[in-house]
Design a protein around this ligand. Structure first.
Ligand SMILES: [Fe+2]
Length: 259
């Protein structure tokens, strides 16, 4: 009889992706998770909806989140220890390293100059540039002057670029010449799963599907921040259009390895 009141089980909709490559679950380093407990709860949801592996990507954003790579690596190590000590019998995805989501802003050049940018790599050693794949984001309000040159310079230095959630920038449409040009230049794009479910509004939802139809989107990320996002992810896992999309389209998520 108690079964009547049991929560409906969420389907493992995102199992085909296997890996999430964009989330903010390292506690207290940015606007993501606020505690170990919150991270554990969100990770549990991620496992429930089908993710086997998770790569953490804290913000590097000036002046709001002045993170340094050496400190983030240290915190990540401690976080992994804390997760093993406190997970109990929770089923969780495996933690597969930490990189970052770097915003192109007034602090970005300092990260470049320090030469410690944290990147992903393709599992296939024949793929990708020597320095790996760098996850970059732009301002959510207006285009930063010269951002395309900054991206191009990084490519010239030997990085591959993943542009985070292009559907969330109001200044890009699905006919954007700038985005088209970036694709021509070999930039990878990552859309947010929650965009596809309308979490950020109708405009971003529509564009996420249009960008996929354009053949522009290489990766899907959760961009998980906290338990509210985790609820959103559970909701997205029941969205028929998203379920069909994942049956139809291939994404690159599972082709990454840690450094
Ligand atoms: Fe993010």
């Amino acid at each position: 009889m108690f079964g009547l009141f049991k929560k409906k089980k969420t389907p493992p909709t995102f199992a085909p992706l296997r890996t999430d490559m964009h989330c903010h679950l390292l506690p207290l380093v940015d606007d993501g998770s606020k505690s170990l407990e919150e991270s554990l709860e969100v990770l549990q949801t991620m496992k429930e909806v089908g993710f086997e592996e998770v790569r953490l990507t804290p913000h590097y954003q000036y002046p709001r989140f002045p993170n340094r790579e050496d400190d983030i690596l240290e915190r990540y190590k401690n976080f992994c220890d804390e997760v093993s000590r406190n997970r109990g019998d929770k089923e969780l995805p495996q933690l597969k390293g930490v990189t970052g989501e770097y915003r192109i802003d007034d602090g970005f050049q300092e990260h470049v100059d320090r030469g410690q940018l944290l990147t992903y790599h393709f599992a296939d050693p024949k793929r990708g540039s020597a320095k790996g794949l760098l996850l970059l984001e732009l301002s959510l309000h207006q285009p930063v002057m010269g951002f395309d040159e900054i991206i191009f310079e990084r490519q010239m230095e030997g990085y591959d670029i993943i542009l985070a959630h292009p559907e969330r920038y109001p200044y890009f449409s699905s006919h954007s010449e700038k985005l088209d040009q970036m694709k021509e230049q070999g930039v990878y794009f990552q859309a947010n799963i929650l965009s596809l479910d309308g979490f950020y509004g109708e405009e971003a939802r529509k564009k996420a599907f249009e960008f996929i139809a354009n053949g522009w989107i290489d990766f899907l990320g959760t961009d998980m921040h906290n338990v509210m996002y985790a609820q959103g992810l559970r909701h997205a896992a029941q969205n028929k259009k998203i379920i069909q999309l994942l049956e139809r389209e291939e994404f690159e998520n599972k082709n990454l390895v840690e450094q």
